[in-house]
Design a protein around this ligand. Structure first.
Ligand SMILES: Cc1ncc(C[n+]2csc(CCOP(=O)(O)OP(=O)(O)O)c2C)c(N)n1
Ligand SMILES: [Mg+2]
Length: 632
């Protein structure tokens, strides 16, 4: 009652009211209903609509006027955006209030960066794009880490940051509460960034954003929307929301016939052709087309570290990229076809693993010109959608009568790989406990969840053990953090994958350090009744940081994490808890977690020393990722 009186007193000064309403509303001095009531009365009194004004008005307009928030929702739905990850705040409420009407699901998160990682998991698993939200100031600041990750991972996301009234920003004076000029902060981290400063430009600026997002390698684009634009209203008939195909190309660039002819010529003449398959093959749905080329040539194929699910690891032509079998294939190859990969440092693209580049011809196919010829000299660079190029290549190879190799080299490489696995992982194979060896735990996970699950891996040594021992998977079904290497993406990314593809089993395999960043999102999973399993390798240490400390300083510092019962923490968040401290308990715990109705957390008390026993040659390669090639 008192609030209503205060409100009426303020109402005597309409202009003051307009600028103060948002602030009052934010401080919860007045309710939305109160604001609405005021505007309804005022409209009746004035006999006119406030209409397309930049004043603050939480309006449920009876006419064909819609808010900026609703217009944004309409543009997102037009691009088939089905999820918005973020938190509510007055500055975005007009958008949130209308999402359902456009069949867009609002998914509240426990940390804004996690929202961006959810969008990442959704895209990697399904190819679908989501939007993420940040409130003015802190929410947008939190969002940044997730957006930077999306940029590195080539993940398209619509990043919406809310902003105060324009009188408080650009420039934002020191007096601004929760204020910063966010465009300056986001610009260097995204592909493209812009403000929306008027209601009637909303569809146009969203068109710009979607066009930029899909140009070249996809990535996040940023839109800053001040509250007055969200709340502004306008006649919906006065703006057009056009179908995507009328304002942006819906197919990527295509290889020319001349390029396909040249590539086919090089490959048919090659004595030892080799195919390298990157994450871009997964993202471009080019997996089947890639295998057709491989099978036609009967040549070896190696997935990059980040592109693990682009080729089934158990395909008869597949070699494990970090094995000496793949090294031999690379070194001996006279023509390498690399598709959808930057051949980044994680693939140690050094002559010691790849051979003499002067006598090797590299054909590289990528959607982004900036990825071409970055680490290895090029014979032929092709800017193209991967699937289109590989289909074209198959056609031209056929017409040139390309012949399959006899497979002798391939058999030799496989034998080198087999022997290497046997030797290098002997310590793991011979491990008798008493604790759980991470390799054994990974093998148990592989047995229980099989090759049809979606795996999302996170952590240091843990993610390497996962890479070695989790099963071969279907395309888009093995997600890792091997581009930016951002710890903490696993749990939220698994949630995104599950939201995008609810019929699939989703398993998050995480180190205990990595799990801690966004473990609260298991509560989001419980709240939304998402059935997924998070398995934490709980040896109690930031193990990957230990070898350097031990080798160079003879002791460890800062790596001790202390014991955590992740199962109990998960139970507190509404998940089903499971725990194992010896190998016999691992499979039953996993089976129960798999059968659980809702989300489950499995805490595996893995052995610390065992977690350190990554074979020396693999550790060395991993060190070379950062330090460059070392002798020997
Ligand atoms: C956000 C972030 N902080 C720090 C790092 C550096 N880092 C890489 S691996 C690692 C240790 C990870 O520990 P955990 O997840 O428990 O895996 P473990 O090595 O113990 O198996 C750290 C700190 C990183 N990659 N990301
Ligand atoms: Mg750990």
């Amino acid at each position: 009652m008192r609030k209503a009186c205060q409100w009426r007193r303020l109402a005597l000064y309409p202009s003051l009211l307009a600028s103060s309403a948002q602030f009052l509303y934010k401080l919860r001095c007045v309710s939305a209903a109160c604001i609405s009531r005021f505007w309804r009365r005022r409209r009746r009194r004035d006999g006119a609509l406030i209409g397309k004004s930049l004043t603050v008005c939480a309006l449920e307009d009876p006419m064909s006027n819609i808010t900026g928030g609703e217009l944004i929702a309409r543009c997102l739905a037009n691009e088939n955006v089905r999820f918005v990850f973020g938190l509510p705040c007055p500055e975005v409420d007009p958008l949130l209030a209308r999402l359902e009407q456009y069949e867009i699901r609002f998914f509240p998160i426990r940390h804004e960066a996690a929202g961006a990682h959810m969008a990442e998991g959704l895209y990697k698993a399904t190819g679908k794009v989501a939007a993420v939200l940040g409130n003015p100031g802190p929410g947008s600041a939190n969002l940044l880490a997730g957006v930077i990750t999306a940029r590195h991972e080539g993940v398209p996301v619509i990043v919406l940051t809310a902003q105060h009234r324009l009188g408080a920003v650009y420039p934002s004076p020191p007096s601004t509460f929760q204020g910063q000029d966010q465009l300056d902060v986001f610009k260097p981290t995204v592909k493209w960034s812009a403000p929306i400063l008027s209601w009637d430009r909303i569809p146009e600026v969203l068109r710009l954003a979607f066009r930029e997002m899909w140009t070249g390698r996809p990535g996040p684009v940023h839109l800053e929307v001040p509250a007055p634009v969200m709340y502004a209203t306008g006649d919906e008939a006065s703006v057009k929301v056009l179908p995507p195909s009328s304002y942006r190309a819906t197919a990527g660039p295509q290889a020319s016939e001349a390029q396909l002819g040249e590539a086919a010529e090089l490959l048919t003449r090659a004595e030892r052709p080799l195919v390298i398959s990157g994450a871009g093959v997964d993202r471009g749905n080019a997996n089947a087309a890639l295998l057709r080329v491989v099978e036609m040539l009967n040549c070896p194929v190696a997935a990059t570290m980040a592109g693990r699910s682009s080729v089934p690891l158990d395909h008869p032509n597949s070699l494990y990229g970090y094995s000496p079998g793949a090294d031999a294939a690379r070194k001996e190859s006279d023509v390498i076809l690399a598709v959808g990969t930057r051949l980044g440092n994680l693939d140690v693209p050094y002559d010691k693993y790849w051979g003499d580049s002067a006598r090797q011809k590299l054909i590289q196919i990528d959607i982004d010109p900036r990825n071409i010829g970055v680490t290895r000299p090029l014979a032929l660079g092709i800017i193209s959608d991967a699937n289109a190029a590989l289909e074209g290549l198959t056609r031209v190879l056929k017409s040139k009568g390309a012949r399959a190799k006899d497979g002798k080299d391939l058999a030799r490489y496989h034998e080198i790989e087999r022997r290497w696995r046997e030797e290098r992982f002997a310590t793991a194979a011979n491990w008798r406990g008493p604790g759980i060896h991470p390799a054994h735990a990974m093998q148990a996970i592989a047995r229980v969840f099989g090759r049809d699950a979606v795996y999302v891996t996170d952590g240091g040594m843990t993610s390497l053990w996962a890479h070695f021992f989790l099963p071969a998977t279907a395309p888009r079904s093995y997600h890792n953090i091997l581009e930016l290497g951002m710890l903490g993406t696993g749990i939220p990314s698994a949630i995104g994958a599950k939201l995008g593809d609810p019929a699939r089993e989703v398993v998050c395999v995480s180190g205990d350090g990595a799990a801690g960043f966004h473990f609260m999102e298991m509560q989001s999973a419980a709240r939304e009744k998402l059935k997924l399993v998070t398995i934490v390798f709980a040896e109690g240490s930031w193990t990957m940081e230990e070898p350097n400390e031990r080798m160079l300083f003879g002791r460890t510092f800062g790596t001790e994490m202390g014991p955590v019962r992740w199962d109990r923490a998960g139970e507190g968040l509404g998940c089903q808890p499971f725990y194992a401290e010896n190998l016999e308990q691992v499979e039953p715990a996993l089976e129960h977690a798999r059968a659980a109705k809702g989300p489950a957390v499995v805490c595996l008390r893995t052995d610390r020393d065992a977690n350190l026993t990554i074979p020396m040659d693999l550790m060395r390669r991993f060190a070379e990722v950062y330090q460059g090639p070392m002798g020997g």
